[in-house]
Ligand binder design. Structure first.
Ligand code: 13P
Length: 247
């Protein structure tokens, strides 16, 4: 497989403040982030608090599938670009579950993001019941196909995050072996749609990643980085996770 930089994405969810922007920026600034790309996805109101000169990129946690118009409370891809956002998390399990986002809506959002020039970070993952019933691969294949089967050309412009729902915010990360096996399945499945894109696409693992378990996860051949929730709110720990992802 092609050697590539790892990608570390911080998903602050509905957390954070201008103080955390300052602490995180200062902490990352003194860390050499050679060989790793870092993206911070804060709440939208904090985007403007980041300095123009920084050694990481900005992301958003959601985007509208529409271009513009009467959609109260929504934000467009063009508006995110104007705010210097380059990545957008789409289809996080919290949005699927709590805001009833369907595969169809998620596919439309991925399409809108790519057309605008944003890189979508598509989140997929199974529940604990689905894993126990050995339906993990079936569920992931369905979530991937819903987005890419009809528009495989979007794969080359995407990042995919595998986030088992049972590992999110629970302190119980998937084991490196479990995560690797699932990532290998995802890559093989995507190869049926576009073999070159499947080789090059970044597959992130998310779910209780922390300063202790990150190195073993990053040592797996099909894990190209991480989508970090809770630990990305602690500047020192997040910087440590980023450092451990360096080549
Ligand atoms: P935690 O790292 O807090 O488990 O959250 C993972 C997540 O949902 C990132 O998108």
């Amino acid at each position: 497989m092609k050697v590539q930089h790892k990608l570390l994405v911080a998903n602050w969810k509905m957390n954070g403040s201008a103080a955390l922007v300052a602490t995180m920026s200062d902490t990352l600034a003194v860390n050499s982030l050679t060989g790793v790309d870092v993206v911070i996805c804060p709440p939208l109101t904090l985007l403007h608090s980041f300095a123009a000169k920084r050694n990481f990129k900005l992301g958003a946690q959601n985007v509208s599938q529409h271009q513009a118009g009467a959609y109260t409370g929504e934000i467009s891809a063009a508006q995110l670009l104007e705010a210097e956002v380059s990545y957008v998390i789409i289809g996080h399990s919290e949005r699927r579950e709590l805001y009833s986002e369907t595969d169809e809506l998620i596919a439309a959002k991925v399409n809108t993001a790519v057309q605008a020039g944003l890189t979508p970070i598509l989140c997929i993952g199974e529940t604990i019941q689905q894993r126990q019933q050995e339906k993990t691969e079936q569920v992931l294949a369905q979530q991937l196909d819903a987005v890419y089967a009809s528009q495989p050309e979007l794969l080359a412009k995407s990042v995919i995050a595998y986030e088992p729902i049972w590992a999110i915010g629970t302190g119980e990360s998937a084991s490196p072996e479990q995560a690797q096996a699932t990532h290998a399945f995802i890559r093989a499945h995507l190869a049926q749609l576009d073999s070159i894109a499947a080789t090059e696409i970044k597959l992130l693992y998310g779910g209780s990643v922390n300063g202790e378990n990150c190195s073993a996860l990053f040592a797996q051949p099909d894990i190209n980085g991480a989508l970090v929730g809770g630990a990305s709110l602690k500047a020192a720990e997040f910087a440590q996770i980023c450092s451990s992802a360096q080549e």
